[in-house]
Design a protein around this ligand. Structure first.
Ligand code: HPA
Ligand code: ZN
Length: 326
């Protein structure tokens, strides 16, 4: 349709994407076969049937298990290339992708294997599609502060190829404060900072991400809407929120997309963006997310253009590159 073409044609950046969450069931089976790994599913349909989640933890258990088929540098390359091909087809011109080193190093995969595979796909995506990208090294918040420091140490030889650190996994009970020191160490090394906050956790976690982690973006941020003072603060600071509509639906952060707060965020002056989070698990890539939320909330083309513009202004691209995309 017309709207589909408008959405695909809008130049977009994707700012909230977990590369492990782009592992489609077909590739999971192919990599399991290639690496001789057993997975607890009989078929691709069987895998998709398992993707019925009632909260974040339900999803995380399946997401970490799925990543067990990723072994070699070629696996990480193929994973990322499949994402970049889909993103390019959706009109994504720039992607800032999160990866979770601990999901791999904790099962004996070398950090270098993971990052070299991702970096080679990033170079190929730029050559093939003109799609630029950046890496966000994400700490698993259900693990310790000490373990996060170990990740930062492993990343040391690659710091010139990493844009930012991030914070993901089980939110409630693992507040941003737990990672204040490792985020300060990352900042001292010149890295930008993002953190998931206010997905399931309370508005106070968003405040902690601002005050204790000094983040450049908030990932999700939905529950900030419960605190009017916090909304004014985020709007006044020009803070970018990386919102993920289909993720919010699948993880029951919202009961129905018709109740999603995205357009209220825009109306309150928040710099919201639309992203896919874990597209293989949540039923859609970035254009699917724009389409679904446009339909559910009756967004105008102006709203959609604002969201796409926000995705570039909220990116870690240099100012001159942002201007070229606007
Ligand atoms: N929230 C927290 N951790 C995650 C997510 C998410 O949406 N996706 C992958 N890891
Ligand atoms: Zn996420």
């Amino acid at each position: 349709t017309d709207l589909d073409q408008f959405i695909t044609g809008l130049p977009k950046a994707e700012l909230h994407l977990h590369i492990e969450g782009s592992l489609e069931p077909e590739l999971m089976f192919a990599l399991a076969a290639r690496n001789g790994i057993e997975i607890p599913y009989a078929s691709v349909e069987d895998v998709r049937a398992a993707y019925a989640f009632s909260n974040l933890q339900d999803f995380l258990d399946i997401y970490y298990a799925g990543a067990s088929v990723l072994i070699t540098q070629a696996d990480f390359h193929d994973l990322a290339m499949a994402y970049f091909d889909r993103a390019a087809a959706d009109g994504v011109r720039h992607a800032e992708i999160m990866f979770d080193p601990q999901t791999h190093t904790d099962r004996g995969i070398a950090f270098a294997t993971v990052i070299e595979g991702l970096l080679s796909a990033m170079a190929e995506a730029e050559a093939k599609h003109g799609l630029t990208s950046a890496l966000i090294l994400s700490f698993l918040r259900h693990l310790s502060e000490e373990a996060a420091f170990e990740v930062l140490a492993m990343a040391e030889p690659y710091l010139d190829r990493i844009a930012a650190v991030g914070l993901d996994s089980s939110e409630v009970g693992h507040p941003p404060a737990k990672f204040a020191r490792v985020f300060a160490a990352a900042a001292a090394k010149g890295l930008k900072r993002v953190a998931h906050a206010g997905e399931e956790g309370p508005p106070e976690y968003v405040v902690e991400a601002l005050d204790l982690l000094h983040v450049d973006r908030i990932d999700h941020g939905n529950r900030a809407m419960e605190d009017a003072g916090l909304v004014r603060r985020l709007a006044g600071a020009g803070m970018t929120l990386t919102v993920c509509p289909l993720s919010n639906l699948k993880l029951c952060v919202v009961g129905d997309l018709a109740d999603h707060p995205l357009d209220r965020m825009l109306a309150e002056g928040l710099r919201a963006t639309v992203n896919s989070d874990d597209p293989a698990y949540f039923g859609g890539y970035v254009a699917d997310n724009y389409r679904a939320i446009a339909k559910a909330r009756g967004l105008s083309r102006d709203d959609l253009a604002t969201l796409a513009r926000n995705s570039f202004t909220g990116s870690f691209l240099p100012a001159a590159a942002i201007d070229r995309h606007l």
